[in-house]
Design a protein around this ligand. Structure first.
Ligand SMILES: Cc1cc2nc3c(=O)[nH]c(=O)nc-3n(C[C@H](O)[C@H](O)[C@H](O)COP(=O)(O)OP(=O)(O)OC[C@H]3O[C@@H](n4cnc5c(N)ncnc54)[C@H](O)[C@@H]3O)c2cc1C
Length: 434
């Protein structure tokens, strides 16, 4: 069976590995000149930091197992103690106490709603009311629309979703939450990649099939049992099966000839990616203690330190990384590196006095205006689960769909790997390989 996998992020790379292990003749295509997709390690003379995905949850079991198999066991990061900065005032995380009761009640309500869901929520019309709501609207009802608890909830969930909560559908959010309720490892986002996320992707690429870089898919032509792929206006290349492992927000840019089903096209059109950017802030001295994990209700949103730099350097470069979602990401992206860096450091100065004196420069990693990402994470908008989710993921006419939208751990590397397993199983079933 001759199979093409398009998109060499973690979903496509893992699909290639698994299909090759199953004995298929598999070829990868990638629009960029590198593997990794939204995983992108920036190497500097001081070491490296991540311009895209970075954290590994203690319950991302398949990612942890794969890293061990590839000889790159994850490194545990010390994220605590952290600082929370709301409405111009700093709280050490333990000092939330007066707001904690509200936060706990909202979390409990969310758990109850999530645990009540069917295994296959996209088939149950009884959830129409939940699906029509936004996460932000629901949080307003639960915690009031103003006040510190609501600000904290906005910061936490905006940071998790990479998007303002009023843009996120409630049912989709609850579906993703379910995976975390079954957690056994306990700690969230507790580990990182020892050789950078890119090193992980490169190791997967070595075990997959050959890859052709610089090839952006434009058109898919279905002709009987054969599927033609047109890249860069060249003649189509023909395959028995095709796995599209490109971000959900990029699927609408591909022309399907003859067309795919109306339901699938509608699912592509309505798919949303979070508006998420990362800004790395570089300093000539370490003015913070611990990991400097910071959560704010301002533009900065969430920051933490990159790995320790090489202390043998005469001027070591210390990096703080920020994950910024929603409208703030767009506002900062439009400012450019220099103005965005200055704005964020001015805010940081309030939280960590001394920041400004040691600030050197910033780099903006803009995933929203990146043609081959379309945003940070797959993010289910209101009414998407019931109207479109099943149509987005299901195989059609020899085409299979992998990506961080296609697993229970939605919007994560773990979800991307999960989708690769599902797609391999589907292809093997269709080819009678068990
Ligand atoms: C700022 C940021 C922070 C994140 N933090 C985390 C985190 O801490 N932990 C976590 O688990 N996840 C995180 N993520 C999410 C994680 O990066 C993604 O879930 C993961 O990369 C998805 O993998 P994928 O293979 O589905 O898609 P991608 O990684 O996007 O790979 C898709 C590939 O398809 C290629 N492509 C697109 N269009 C075409 C085309 N037309 N033709 C050919 N190729 C094409 C792209 O170039 C890309 O290489 C973060 C993402 C961002 C942006």
């Amino acid at each position: 069976m001759k199979i093409a996998v398009v998109g060499m992020g973690p979903a496509g790379l893992r699909t290639m590995m698994l299909l090759k292990e199953s004995g298929h003749d598999v070829h990868g295509f990638e629009a960029r000149d590198r593997v990794g997709g939204r995983l992108k390690t920036i190497r500097t003379e001081a070491g490296f930091y991540e311009g895209g995905g970075e954290w590994i949850d203690a319950d991302h079991h398949r990612l942890i197992a794969l890293l061990n198999e590839l000889g790159q066991p994850p490194v545990i990061a010390d994220l605590y103690p952290g600082t929370v900065w709301m409405a111009g005032k700093g709280y050490v995380e333990d000092e939330y106490q007066e707001h904690q009761a509200v936060l706990d009640r909202v979390e409990e309500e969310a758990d109850k709603l999530a645990l009540d869901l069917d295994d296959v929520p996209w088939n149950n019309v009884l959830y129409a009311n939940l699906d029509a709501q936004t996460l932000g609207g629901w949080l307003d009802q639960q915690a009031g629309s103003a006040g510190i608890p609501r600000r904290i909830l906005e910061s936490v969930y905006r940071s998790d979703e990479g998007e303002d909560t009023h843009e996120v559908g409630l049912l989709g959010w609850l579906c993703a939450r379910l995976a975390y309720l079954e957690r056994t490892g306990g700690e969230m986002s507790s580990a990182r990649f020892p050789q950078g996320a890119q090193g992980f992707c490169e190791a997967m690429a070595e075990r997959g099939g050959p890859i052709t870089f610089g090839h952006a898919l434009q058109q898919v032509t279905i002709d009987g049992s054969q599927i033609g792929l047109t890249f860069n206006n060249e003649e189509p290349r023909w395959f028995d099966r095709v796995v599209l492992a490109i971000p959900a927000g990029c699927l609408r840019d591909i022309t399907f000839e003859p067309g795919i089903s109306e339901a699938k096209q509608a699912a592509f059109e309505a798919a949303r990616m979070s508006r998420t950017i990362k800004v790395s802030l570089h300093f000539d001295a370490k003015f913070w203690t611990g990991s400097s994990r910071t959560l704010t209700d301002g533009l900065l949103q969430q920051a933490w330190s990159a790995q320790e730099p090489n202390s043998e350097l005469s001027t070591p470069k210390f990096t703080l990384l920020t994950d910024i979602g929603g409208q703030a990401a767009i506002d900062l992206a439009l400012m450019g590196d220099e103005a965005a860096g200055r704005t964020l450091v001015a805010e940081l100065e309030q939280v960590h006095p001394g920041a400004k004196a040691h600030y050197r420069n910033a780099n903006l990693h803009d995933w929203v205006h990146d043609d081959f990402a379309g945003g940070g994470f797959f993010c289910l908008p209101p009414s998407y689960v019931l109207d479109h989710y099943e149509a987005l993921v299901r195989p059609e006419n020899g085409l299979f769909f992998a990506g961080d939208y296609g697993g229970r751990w939605i919007g994560t590397i773990e979800g991307a790997l999960e989708s690769a397993e599902r797609v391999t199983e589907d292809i093997n079933l269709a080819s009678h390989i068990h």
